[in-house]
Design a protein around this ligand. Sequence first.
Ligand SMILES: Cc1cc2nc3c(=O)[nH]c(=O)nc-3n(C[C@H](O)[C@H](O)[C@H](O)COP(=O)(O)OP(=O)(O)OC[C@H]3O[C@@H](n4cnc5c(N)ncnc54)[C@H](O)[C@@H]3O)c2cc1C
Length: 486
Amino acid sequence: MAKRFDRTGDVEINRKDRLKIPRQVMHKQKPTERVHNFSEVYLGFDAETAQLEASRCLQCPELSGCAGACPLHNDIPRAMWHISRGEFLQAAAVYRETSNLPEVCGRVCPQEKLCQGSCVVGKRDQPVFLGKLEYFVTDYERRTVGLKKPEIAPATGKRIAIVGAGPAGLAVAEELIKRGHAATVFEILPVAGGVMVYGIPSFKLDKQVIADKVEFLKSIGVEFVFNTTIGKDKTLNDLFADGYHSIFLGTGAWVPTKLNLPGENLKGIYMATEYLIRGNLSPDYLPEGFKDRPEAGKHIAILGGGDTAMDCVRTARRLQIQAGITDGSVIDYYRRTEKEMPGKAEERTNANEEGIEFKFLVAPVQFLGDETGHVCKMELLRMELGEPDASGRRRPIEVEGSNFVVEADTVVCALGYNQDRTIEKTTPGLKVDKWGCYIVDQNSGATSIPGVYAGGDAVTGADLVVTAMAAGRRAALAMDQYLRDK
Ligand SMILES: Cc1cc2nc3c(=O)[nH]c(=O)nc-3n(C[C@H](O)[C@H](O)[C@H](O)COP(=O)(O)OP(=O)(O)OC[C@H]3O[C@@H](n4cnc5c(N)ncnc54)[C@H](O)[C@@H]3O)c2cc1C
């Protein structure tokens, strides 16, 4: 076996000894306690446990294993090396070299499919808790010294308009400010963060984490204009006329997929985003018309199998308990099996622990209402799996005549998201594909209009925080070059 040395090049890494260190325990709030609150479920590592856990890292060469699997290519072994030595701020700085939101990614990335999925330790034992360590050190940094102000290049006199304050837009803003440009973020909603605030519940991602990041961005000069819809209140041409030299579209994918089934408009049937934002956020974050809590039924049915569905089932359980319903059910209905579920396995475990039931290989057929027009039952059909489809997952096929009816007095549809077409409709020459995703150059994010760039879910369709941020960082580099060449 070739010798491997630590990052100083002096100390030989004894891989056998490292493999003997047991995986450390990440404590969580007990399920019986946490269903009564919306606070983060994971309690985090303490310094000693973090050091031990990071010492399990075998210091594989950069870009093999975990670092190669991270869409941002974070130098994870180097961060682990610092953590194992108790150098938490240095470790946080390693993440910040390549990531604008490591405090978020550590919490919400599907690590089992990315870094941890490629961790060499994981071939013999449980992989190193890479995500949990990422947020341990970045939280340590936030709580002790705060986010370090970056060096800012001399002002270039160039102004950039960023549409959308999600991870893609925020990454562009930070990267361009660092390069000396002025960045203004336009956002429909009253608070910045995109889906990180208006989607992912606070039991997975504390809103304060995003609030701190937004304050930091303001402190380095990013301007925010809220309650403004680009494409309606102002067009892209208006922005150019206002003196912006380049525009980034980070508008996400937030129009919910509808089922188009009989009874879908009955009272008590919600789309996931509305349910999550009304269920999770304090009224200060919410636009008018969204400020009251959704209903908590006795038999809550969630349709879908991804991260959004898991967020909905767990929100539903908490709302039920807040409403004093202790003998109710929350059931997730999914048309494939658990193996094909796209979301994070850890979140399914958490949901299971919180008493959520799962019914696989079923699809809704119609919703039935009571005399007041409120949903009371749902008709379903059993499915079986056929050949793999374009997504690589086995296609669900209806089992004819297998219909059955279940109780359901609240239904939440978490079936995916589509593009909003507002900007496309008011921007001649802006090319989109058949789903309304902006067509861009894959390396730069350049759209069909010179000076206009795009990235994140607005280009790929619904994806991940980390991929949206990576797209924002790529576009920022290209925009910087465009502005300098101009
Ligand atoms: C419920 C839910 C749970 C999720 N859980 C996870 C998870 O656990 N892990 C993970 O990695 N990913 C998760 N995702 C996906 C992830 O949040 C998204 O992929 C990511 O936020 C996309 O970033 P973005 O910047 O492209 O868009 P968004 O985060 O959607 O931000 C776009 C922003 O643009 C604004 N906007 C849109 N149009 C306009 C306009 N015309 N004018 C001005 N502003 C506009 C929107 O209001 C929004 O704030 C989840 C998604 C949802 C919906």
